[in-house]
Design a protein around this ligand. Structure first.
Ligand code: ADP
Ligand code: ASP
Ligand code: MG
Length: 407
C-alpha cells in the first residue's frame, strides 16, 4: 500500500464529464489499495477569465484582492470532483489551501510555500477518504489568501507529496508526458521516458509549462519521484528523476520556447558604478524577476541596457525604471512585447563542445536575428523576434537529432 498524490490540470477537469473521469481514476488507485490525495486546478480557461475580469477594472490591481479573485477557480473544482467521487460510491473531502494549512509567504500572485500541516489530510485518509485539495493557493501567516503563480497547482502537488512523504507524485495533463519540445508546436516532438531533475528544471524555467518550475525544485530537493502522465490515456508517461550515465550521451535533450517574456531597453545609461545595482535593486524590491540582461559596450560614458521580465510584470517594471530615469539621468525607456526566447537543454553539453555555435548557425541559416543570449552549463538561450519562434524551435529540434522517426 502506497500514498499517491495525483494532480489534474485545467483541461483534465475542463468539464463535468472530465471531472467524473478524474473521480474514476482516483477511485481505481484507491481500490488498488493506495491512499490518494488529489490536487486539482481550476477548470481550463477559468483563471484567465478571472484575471480578465480584474483587468477590466484596472491594470494595477491590489495584488491581495486579485489573489482573492483568482483563488476561486480551484474551489469550484474541488467541490465538483468530491461530489463526483461521492456519486461513484467513494468517500472524499475537499480542502482549500488554508483548510489544510498550506502556509506561504506574503508575495501575492507568486507566493512560496513555507510549510504544510499534513495532519488534516492524513486524518481523512485514515478514514478511507480521498483528500481533494485546491491547487495554486495558500494562506500567509496573517491569514491572507495567496496564490502560487501560473501553473502553481503542480507545486501544490509536489509540496504535499514531500510533506506527506508520498511514494509518488503523478501530474496528469493533456499530453502523454514530457517531450523533447512542446508537442503542440513541433509535431515531430518525441516523448521522453525519463528526464533528469536538472534538465526538467531548465526546461520548466525556459517556458515548458508542462511543470511549474517550483514544483521541480521541490521534487529535486526532497527527491520526490515525479511522473508526468496523460489523464486521457494509460501511457506510462515520463519519470523525472536523478541523472544517470545514459542521459549524458545525448547532447541536447530538449528545446524550449518562452513567449511570456517582454524586453525593456534603457538608452544612454550613465556608465558609472552603482547604476545597475540601483535599477535591479529597485526591481527586486517589487519582486520582479529579471531574466536576461545585456549591456552594450559604453560610448562617451553612456551605455544601453536591455533586460527581459515576465510579460505580466512589464507595466510594473516599466514604472520602476521610469521612476528612476530622471534621477539617474538615462535616455529613453522602451518596452517590446514581440519577443520569444528559444533554448536548448541537455546535461550532455557538459562534455560536448561547440553546441552554442551550432545553435547560432542553425538560427542564422533560417534568417533569424538574435538580440540577446544567455548560457548555463546545460543550456543556451537566445532571444529572437516572436514571429520566428516556431520556425526556430523546429529547426533546432531537427538540427540536434530530436525528431521522432516518421512512421
Ligand atoms: P495543465 O493544465 O494540465 O497544468 P499545462 O497547459 O500547464 O497543463 O501544461 C501542459 C502543456 O505543456 C502541454 O499541452 C504542452 O503544450 C505544453 N508543453 C510545453 N513544453 C512541453 C514539453 N517539453 N513536453 C510536454 N508538454 C509541453
Ligand atoms: N489555475 C492556475 C493556472 O491556471 C494554476 C494551475 O492550473 O496550475 O495557472
Ligand atoms: Mg499547468
Amino acid at each position: 500500500m502506497a500514498l499517491i498524490v495525483q494532480k489534474y490540470g485545467g483541461t483534465s477537469v475542463g468539464d463535468v464529464e472530465r471531472m467524473k473521469n478524474v473521480a474514476r481514476r482516483a477511485l481505481l488507485a484507491q481500490r488498488a489499495g493506495h491512499d490518494v490525495v488529489l490536487v486539482v486546478s481550476a477548470m481550463s480557461g477559468e483563471t484567465n477569465r478571472l484575471l480578465k475580469l480584474v483587468g477590466q477594472i484596472t491594470d494595477r490591481p491590489s495584488e491581495r484582492e486579485q489573489d482573492v479573485v483568482v483563488a476561486t477557480g480551484e474551489q469550484v473544482s474541488i467541490g465538483l470532483v468530491s461530489i463526483a467521487i461521492h456519486a461513484q460510491g467513494g468517500k472524499a473531502t475537499s480542502f482549500l489551501g488554508h483548510q489544510c494549512r498550506i502556509v506561504t509567504d506574503s508575495t501575492f500572485s507568486k507566493a512560496r510555500i513555507k510549510h504544510i500541516d499534513g495532519e488534516r489530510l492524513t486524518d481523512v485518509l485514515k478514514q478511507g477518504h480521498i483528500a481533494v485539495v485546491a491547487g495554486f493557493q495558500g494562506v500567509d501567516q496573517a491569514g491572507n489568501l495567496t496564490t502560487l503563480g501560473r501553473g502553481g497547482s503542480d507545486t501544490t502537488a509536489v509540496a504535499i507529496a514531500a510533506a506527506l512523504e508520498a511514494d509518488a507524485c503523478e501530474i496528469y495533463t493533456d499530453v502523454d508526458g514530457v517531450y523533447t519540445t512542446d508537442p503542440n508546436i513541433a509535431p515531430r516532438a518525441r516523448k521522453l521516458e525519463r528526464i533528469s531533475y536538472e534538465e526538467m528544471l531548465e526546461l520548466a524555467s525556459l517556458g515548458a509549462k508542462v511543470l511549474q518550475i517550483r514544483s521541480v525544485e521541490f521534487a529535486m530537493k526532497y527527491k520526490v519521484p515525479l511522473w508526468v502522465k496523460s489523464s486521457f490515456s494509460d501511457d506510462p508517461g515520463t519519470l523525472v528523476c536523478e541523472e544517470d550515465k545514459a542521459m549524458e550521451d545525448l547532447v541536447v535533450s530538449g528545446v524550449a520556447l518562452d513567449r511570456n517574456e517582454a524586453q525593456i531597453s534603457i538608452r544612454d545609461v550613465p556608465d558609472r558604478p552603482g547604476v545597475a545595482a540601483k535599477i535591479f535593486g529597485a526591481l527586486d524590491e517589487k519582486a520582479i524577476v529579471v531574466d536576461l540582461i545585456v549591456q552594450n559596450p559604453p560610448k562617451d560614458g553612456k551605455t544601453d541596457l536591455t533586460f527581459t521580465v515576465g510579460k505580466a510584470d512589464l507595466t510594473k517594471a516599466r514604472d520602476v525604471v521610469l521612476g528612476l530615469s530622471a534621477e539617474l539621468g538615462t535616455g529613453a525607456v522602451s518596452a517590446e512585447q514581440d519577443i520569444a526566447k528559444v533554448s536548448i537543454v541537455g546535461v550532455g553539453m557538459r562534455n560536448h563542445s561547440g553546441v552554442a555555435a551550432r545553435m547560432f548557425r542553425t538560427l542564422f541559416k533560417e534568417g533569424v536575428n538574435i538580440t540577446a543570449i544567455s548560457t548555463s552549463e546545460i543550456r543556451v538561450s537566445c532571444v529572437i523576434p516572436s514571429r520566428y519562434a516556431e520556425l526556430a524551435v523546429r529547426a533546432l529540434h531537427t538540427e540536434f537529432g530530436l525528431d521522432a522517426v516518421q512512421a
